[in-house]
Ligand binder design. Structure first.
Ligand code: GDP
Length: 390
């Protein structure tokens, strides 16, 4: 279990101005409140809110969000009260914990049929402060990581809900890594056989293709350098869920999938993105229909990048993403990036800045979605509509 000083250290690493006393108080308060409670795994319950907080420190979130994560189950599951939390911490933290408590009550009644209604309430609870959703997503991620101890039926229901609601929401918030992990964990719980087979094949392939990834990385780096472009190139095999959904979409077997490698090219400036694209398309033929320019037309979640697929060395199809360092930050952190970066790309003193967050495309999508809800679509219809949109 994470120690008190470890939590503080994790936050201080990206936010030296963090309120240490506040973090310490939250740690002690939640530890006492949860006392000897246990999780289904038999682990001390308190380990869970700490893990949720740790996930959020990876996203470099502000003190209030980290504290709310540590406290997120206290009101629902212990003798702690909201009034006490408001007084001991702050009205702001109280409001975050209140939102999370309401969402937790939703989970308890959640059934397949209630999903639409749940989703509607989820968005309404989040409307007040988008940080509630960030904690909720981290909470769901940790629960998905530790799903193994649940009865099979419950596991399937939670995994399906994650796939239907939480993973797409993470995508909408621009948090790709979170989304990928939620999807992989859902597949693993919904279709263990499929997940196992794909994972084994990917492992076998990665042993065989390690040299290949390295060769392409070096080759591409050298070709770009020859044109005066300094780039960081990294390649990897795709994730089981994305392999599986492609097999489903195209009704093909694993062996028939051609593009299982993804490469990322990160350059310094915007013009260099297009220059790098020129180098790539000059070196290898592009696959028609796979070129997308999300720099010229960013996604609604603010994602910016050039996508292309080429027939690379040894006739291997290679999918490429080309973007700047600043775009890469948004691709990695999504809506959370607005909490720590100024528009110019400079380091902020930590803390979620509501003005910056409200300017993000992801935030505006959320507001629009909530407005749609307020106009009174039926929850089921709304969920369908949102799925299509997502
Ligand atoms: P497209 O068909 O080229 O628009 O893109 P896909 O939907 O097939 O996605 C290809 C890859 O691009 C994904 O596996 C991700 O790695 C990346 N990608 C696509 N959309 C996003 C996004 O919104 N955020 C981030 N960070 N990555 C994305």
């Amino acid at each position: 279990m994470m120690r008190q000083y470890e939590l503080v250290e994790r936050v201080k690493r990206y936010n030296p101005a963090a309120n240490e006393a506040l973090l310490n108080r939250a740690y002690v308060y939640a530890m006492r409140a949860h006392g000897t409670q246990k999780r289904a795994s038999g682990d001390p319950f308190f380990a869970h809110p700490l893990e949720v907080a740790a996930i959020l420190t990876d996203l470099r979130l502000d003190d209030a969000t980290i504290v709310a994560a540590v406290l997120h189950d206290t009101v629902e599951d212990t003798a702690a009260t909201l009034d006490e939390i408001r007084e001991l911490f702050s009205p702001e933290i109280g409001a975050l914990v209140d939102g999370l408590t309401k969402l937790k009550r939703l989970d308890l009644v959640s059934k397949q049929a209630a999903q639409g209604e749940n989703f509607r309430k989820l968005l309404l609870a989040v409307a007040a402060d988008v940080r509630v959703l960030l904690v909720k997503l981290a909470d769901r991620l940790h629960n998905m990581r530790t799903l193994g101890h649940m009865p099979a039926e419950k596991r399937a229901r939670i995994a399906q809900e994650t796939l239907d609601i939480y993973a797409p929401l993470a995508g909408r918030m621009g948090m790709q890594e979170l989304r990928d992990e939620l999807e992989d964990l859902s597949l693993r719980n919904l279709k263990p056989d499929v997940y196992e087979t794909i994972t084994q094949r990917l492992t076998a392939l990665s042993q065989k293709s390690e040299r290949m990834v390295e060769t392409i990385e070096q080759d591409l780096t050298a070709k770009l350098a020859a044109q005066g472009i300094q780039a960081s190139v990294s390649g990897r095999l795709k994730k089981p869920f994305s392999i599986w959904s492609k097999m489903e979409r195209k009704s093909v077997a694993f062996e028939q999938l051609s593009d299982i490698f993804g490469f990322r090219v990160v350059v310094d400036t915007l013009p260099e993105c297009y220059a790098a694209l020129g180098v790539v398309h000059t070196a290898w033929p592009m696959v028609p229909g796979r070129y997308k320019d999300y720099i010229s037309t960013p996604k609604q979640n603010d994602y910016r990048s050039i996508h292309t697929t080429v027939i690379g060395p040894r006739s291997q199809r290679v999918e490429l993403q080309i973007r700047t360092q600043a775009m890469d930050e948004i691709a990695e952190y999504g809506i959370a990036a607005h909490a720590h970066y100024k528009e110019a790309g400079g380091r902020q003193e930590g803390g979620m800045h509501p003005r910056l967050a409200t300017e993000s495309g992801a935030y505006q999508w959320l507001r629009r979605t909530i407005e749609l809800l307020a106009e009174g679509d039926s929850p089921e219809e709304f969920l369908e509509h949102t799925k299509l949109e997502l």
